[in-house]
Design a protein. Structure first.
Length: 244
């Protein structure tokens, strides 16, 4: 069936209100709002189709899928790929293995992106006290820096699951190169064993034993009876080592 047209366009008009037409000089076609002079649907033969709102494209098919401009409102479930879309918008999944099931990842080096993950293996992990499973977090510099590939930067934390004396480890990704794991140190507190709070009278004498490395703070004075007289040690607010 052929229809009359204007210029290169041919098609069918519904009383001058809506027109279905095709450009005979190209591959363009669509449904046109002849009242407001704008496209409602526009397509190219063998290529994209665009669905418009007030002449602005909101949904367009592409060679790889669909492009949506604006918000997407759902009343049902949207699934596809390895993770249902609904899980990525639900906080109980978003902060729980990023919507993936337990056991999905067994190698620290293949975690795909930023977020919260759980690793059921020690492969490329920090190796903390015989742990076999780890909670991990990947944190980045900003949306313009990916986790993997060229120009990727970030930091990865790992905490062992259910082990005695656990500690947190970290490693850095700099321009797609992963560094070695490091234990997050608490400074001198990592080596501390016992803390003693004692009060002594001025020039008090007595016997007490000191071993290990000690620091004196706040201008306190410690006196030790060396047997041949008094030996005085002074500390300051910066902490001065007395014995090593």
């Amino acid at each position: 069936i052929n229809a009359n047209g204007k210029g290169n366009w041919e098609g069918y008009s519904i009383d001058g209100r809506v027109v279905f037409m095709h450009d005979t000089a190209s591959t363009g076609w669509g449904i046109y709002d002849d009242v407001n002079n704008r496209w409602m649907i526009y397509g190219v033969l063998g290529a994209q189709v665009e669905l418009k709102y007030n002449n602005a494209t909101k949904l367009a098919t592409t060679s790889t899928g669909v492009s949506i401009t604006g918000d997407l409102s759902l009343t049902g479930s949207l699934t596809g790929g390895s993770v249902p879309f609904a899980r990525l918008t639900d906080t109980k999944y978003l902060f729980n293995m990023m919507g993936h099931n337990h056991g999905t990842y067994t190698d620290f080096n293949v975690i795909p992106d930023f977020g919260n993950w759980f690793i059921t293996s020690t492969t490329n992990g920090p190796g903390v006290n015989s742990a076999t499973q780890y909670y991990t977090w990947n944190i980045g510099l900003g949306a313009n820096y990916p986790w993997t590939g060229s120009g990727s930067y970030g930091v990865q934390f790992a905490l062992p699951r259910n082990v005695t004396s656990p500690y947190l480890c970290v490693r850095y990704r700099e321009n797609n190169s992963l560094g070695g794991w490091q234990k997050i140190s608490a400074g001198n507190a990592d080596n501390a064993t016992n803390s003693v709070d004692s009060t002594y009278a001025a020039n008090a004498r007595g016997n007490f034993k000191i071993s290990g490395s000690y620091y004196i703070y706040n201008k306190e004075t410690l006196q030790r009876d060396s047997g041949s007289g008094w030996t005085r040690f002074y500390g300051d607010t910066n902490g001065v080592a007395l014995f090593n």
